[in-house]
Design a protein around this ligand. Structure first.
Ligand code: SF4
Length: 279
């Protein structure tokens, strides 16, 4: 039997756990009010022990809701906000408090990822503000499209932005994500002007995001900003394939293989040639 919403465990072993319809009984008016005040958010889960989503050992809060439709998305169950667990900011803060001492000892922190966290930016800012009060480092993992929702004051609650740049060419970006990349680029410039550090994330998919010229333009842009302290080239994988099937979605990358070591090295080389630290 499925547990009532309030008792749904926030922890998941990984974001690859499929979670659907956990917020479906929340009335639309409550959803609107939650988004406006940020007193409640919709989370896929909390995971602990991550070491790739920011410095040190991290707790990651995975938000539900995303307006993009990336062909390679490995968590399409996070697209709909109603698939998330409704969580008050007080409950999320209490959850974080359990780990706060360990996070500080291990030079880690809280990362909010998704989905797209800025779909519920007020909740995100409230949770980050609570984390900062505990002395916990904060990182926002975002596609940057809604970066302009954050005021300069909001940005003070964020220590690091993990910014996904999907591809450089605008037309290719639209084919890949369904959306424009101009707001993401603009957000990156704004973060640079404020000297807020960025870790750039680039998902490498054979025949989709591996065009050397496109990577070179992304790398040159990143290098020009002056605040990109690290680039993570993330090799495409098929761990999310089963979710597309379970959700009845048309998965176009069914037969795409992960990138070869040679392709990964070539792509890393393009970033490094611009003087960036890339892994
Ligand atoms: S931005 Fe992230 S969560 Fe949204 S569709 Fe793309 S990969 Fe998925």
């Amino acid at each position: 039997m499925t547990a009532p919403i309030q008792q749904q465990p926030l922890e998941a072993k990984s974001p690859f756990e499929l979670r659907v319809n956990l917020g479906r009984d929340v009335p639309e008016s409550d959803v609107r009010s939650a988004l406006a005040t940020g007193d409640m958010g919709f989370l896929h889960s909390f995971t602990t022990g991550a070491t790739v989503d920011g410095p040190g050992v991290r707790v990651v809060a995975w938000t539900a809701g995303c307006m993009w439709r990336c062909l390679y998305c490995h968590n399409p169950d996070t697209w709909r906000m109603s698939n998330g667990i409704p969580v008050t900011v007080a409950r999320a803060t209490a959850q974080l408090r359990k780990y706060s001492h360990g996070l500080k000892v291990m030079s880690g922190g809280l990362t909010i990822s998704g989905g797209e966290p800025l779909m519920q930016h007020r909740f995100v800012v409230k949770l980050f503000t609570a984390a900062k009060k505990m002395g916990v480092h904060t990182a926002l993992d975002t596609n940057g499209f809604y970066g302009d929702k954050l005021t300069d004051g909001d940005l003070q609650s964020i220590d690091l932005v993990l910014l996904d740049i999907k591809t450089w060419d605008p037309e290719r970006h639209r084919r890949l994500t369904g959306m424009d990349n101009a707001p993401t680029i603009e957000f990156a410039r704004r973060l640079a002007a404020r000297k807020l550090p960025i870790w750039l994330r680039y998902v490498l998919v054979p025949d989709l995001t591996d065009d050397p010229d496109d990577v070179k333009k992304t790398a040159a842009f990143a290098a020009s900003l002056g605040n990109v302290s690290r680039v993570d080239v993330l090799p495409f994988h098929q761990m999310g394939r089963y979710k597309w099937k379970e959700l009845g979605l048309d998965y176009k990358l069914e037969h795409v293989e992960p990138p070869s070591n040679e392709l990964i090295e070539r792509t890393l080389g393009i970033y490094r040639a611009e003087g960036l630290t890339a892994y």
